[in-house]
Design a protein around this ligand. Structure first.
Ligand code: G6P
Ligand code: 1S3
Length: 604
């Protein structure tokens, strides 16, 4: 008798996010860096779905003009026939995955009907929503229709999964579940809307967490629609995941469901073959930072650059959520301790964030320009002296060491004198590099604590209220290079579901400070014992009060300042060695587990 061997069903995965080809924040990093590991597993059966914003997409999206006869291509064609604007092509990032982008503007006229359905079918109120939420609503509905059409044609031939990130991609998820569409649905939240608001506004947020009433708070902060989308997506998905145990606790309270799984964030880690490579890069980029520091501080006073350490913090301007308040407090204490102990070290702290400003402070730009002029003049003099000295010595006109001054002509002497005159200043080096539109928590603190770059201060502040990019005239470095040139990244966040900034330090071999309230810090404490010895310092913000945490941090920073260069080099090696733990080829497995579980739960 002939046995019939059933062909295994094909598996297809759609990953849906607002930040596909559209960089806004951390979720872009998650999706983009995960692509190579996803393509490795899913090959042609992996698609990303995102919104279509022509200007943003132009630099990273390559359309496929001839719709192929593939299943996805056919559904794109079908949606176009239905009157929707849908783009199909490649995302031009490592891994080059196929993406389907939905033109929201072209379907905005459907908004009222979609809102009506959301109320009718899911009791989500969408009255008077802001423009961004309206876009999200239209996007969510287009995603829903695409997946519904896809499933109608292919669910018999393939196991279909959809991975949704954050509420902004998921307003159509409850509809898919309601209509029993044959797709396994996983929803991952990267924060909770309410957690973010409440952590910023309610003192003792974590102690009060179990007692919040989500609906009451959502109404209070005017975010009922957003919170409802998040809650409904979480409750209707076959599997709910979040990025850390810290956020899992919020999900229970605000979303009414304990996540099935934690899916920690990784990076596409690319390490050098030779260990010393990244150490060489540290030196190279540190020298670029030296140039800035020389130009910025030395017109007022000088210090020993060889005994100078560069600390930095960076991220969106959320003063207490990102721990800028604690960082400044700890730095003020560190400054005092360094002065008291007569330390010969200097710490320059860079605060890199984004705040409204008019322009770069003209004085800061001026000293940078004068430094370049000084360098040019010295190089010209060096060349002139070299050439003339060579001639004098070769022609044998002098048997004794000649007076080098005679080789510099009048023009260069004058030019050097003038440059030196415009170089020196009585004023203190600015602690903000830009003219801010208004004072903020950082400037307030620095003024009150008198942490304003006085000569005797051992901790200097450079507040740069703009993100670092290679076109920036002050540093001339991109963010990654800037990180490499520093000695320590400082991120003791109060509210941080995961937090990529410390991880970005780790993979570049730069030690970092994090907190046990950040997802990353919490995860490190779970998987590693000797994290501090390896250069990851975790501030205890869970059980210590603000002042105790500031003291712990000042201790850590002071200890770091006292380390010898040899120890710093070894510590950089140890921290860089951790990188592989966070490579997506290892961390993808958490998402694989979530998708397998969703498929199991979807089956009748
Ligand atoms: C790297 C370089 C060394 C250099 C060191 C400076 O390790 O390979 O040549 O001495 O950086 O380290 P530091 O911590 O003082 O910036
Ligand atoms: C969120 O972005 P955020 O900075 O608004 O998602 C990120 C990626 O999961 C996460 O790293 C971060 O902590 C969250 O807050």
């Amino acid at each position: 008798m002939e046995t019939i061997v059933k062909k295994p069903k094909k598996s297809i995965l759609f990953e849906v996010a607002w930040e596909v080809c559209n960089q806004v924040g951390g979720i872009y990093t998650v999706i983009r860096t995960k692509v190579p590991a996803m393509v490795e597993k899913w090959n042609e059966d992996y698609f990303l779905l995102g919104p279509y914003f022509p200007q943003r997409a132009s630099s990273e999206f390559e359309p496929i003009t001839d719709l192929d006869d593939s299943p996805a291509g056919r559904i794109v064609g079908k949606m176009r026939e239905m009157g929707y604007g849908v783009q199909y092509g490649y995302w031009l990032v490592t891994g080059k995955p196929r993406v389907i982008l939905f033109d929201i503007a072209g379907s905005m006229h459907l908004l009222d009907q979609i809102k009506f359905n959301l109320w009718e079918q899911h009791r989500v109120s969408t009255i008077d929503t802001e423009e961004l939420v309206n876009q999200v609503i239209v996007f969510g509905d287009m995603v829903r229709i695409f997946l519904q059409e896809f499933s109608a044609e292919y669910a018999k031939k393939a196991d279909i999964s959809a991975q949704f990130h954050e509420w902004m991609a998921s307003s159509g998820l409850p509809g898919l579940r309601r209509d029993n569409v044959k797709i396994a649905l996983t929803f991952t939240t990267h924060a909770t809307m309410l957690g973010r608001y409440l952590a910023q506004n309610v003192e003792g947020f974590y102690n009060k967490l179990p007692f919040f009433d989500w609906e009451h708070e959502a109404r209070h902060y005017g975010i009922v629609t957003q919170a409802s989308f998040e809650r409904q997506a979480a409750q209707n998905a076959h599997v709910l995941t979040t990025v850390s145990d810290v956020t899992a606790r919020e999900c229970e309270v605000f979303l009414g469901r304990i996540p099935d799984l934690v899916t920690p964030n990784g990076l596409n880690v690319m390490r050098f073959q030779a260990v010393h490579e990244f150490q060489n890069l540290h030196l190279k980029y540190k020298e670029k930072i030296h140039e800035f520091v020389l130009g910025h501080f030395f017109p007022s006073y000088s210090f020993d650059l060889d005994n100078t350490l560069y600390f930095f913090t960076s991220g969106r301007y959320e003063f207490s959520n990102k721990g800028y308040d604690l960082t400044l407090e700890a730095l003020a204490r560190l400054n005092w301790r360094m002065i008291q102990s007569g330390s010969d070290m200097t710490v320059v702290m860079f605060i890199v964030t984004k705040q409204p400003y008019y322009s770069i402070n003209p004085d800061v730009l001026h000293s940078r320009a004068v430094l370049d002029e000084l360098q040019e003049t010295c190089t010209a003099i060096e060349k002139q002296v070299g050439e003339k000295l060579f001639l004098a010595t070769a022609s044998g006109t002098s048997h004794r060491m000649p007076d080098l001054n005679q080789f510099v002509d009048e023009y260069w002497r004058l030019r050097l004198r003038r440059t030196i005159q415009s170089w020196k200043t009585e004023a203190l080096p600015a602690f903000v590099t830009h003219d801010l539109k208004q004072e903020d928590g950082i400037t307030d603190f620095c003024r009150k604590a008198n942490l304003v770059n006085n000569e005797r201060d051992r901790v200097k502040i450079v507040y740069h209220p703009d993100f670092v990019s290679s076109t920036n005239p002050l540093f001339g470095l991109d963010y990654g290079q800037f990180v490499r040139g520093c000695h320590l990244g400082v991120f003791p966040s109060y509210y941080e579901p995961w937090g990529y900034t410390p991880l970005e330090c780790v993979v570049r071999g730069v030690p970092t400070v994090t907190s046990d309230l950040s997802g990353f810090g919490d995860y490190i404490m779970q998987i590693m014992r000797d994290y501090e010895n390896r250069g990851i310092y975790v501030i205890n913000r869970k059980t210590q009060n603000y002042s105790q945490a500031a003291d712990q941090m000042a201790d850590i920073l002071f200890k770091f300042v006292k380390m010898q260069r040899r120890d710093r080099i070894m510590q950089r090696n140890r921290v860089e060695n951790i990188s592989d733990v966070f490579d997506w080829t290892n961390l993808r497995s958490y998402y694989d587990t979530a998708h397998d579980l969703a498929l199991k739960r979807k089956k009748p």
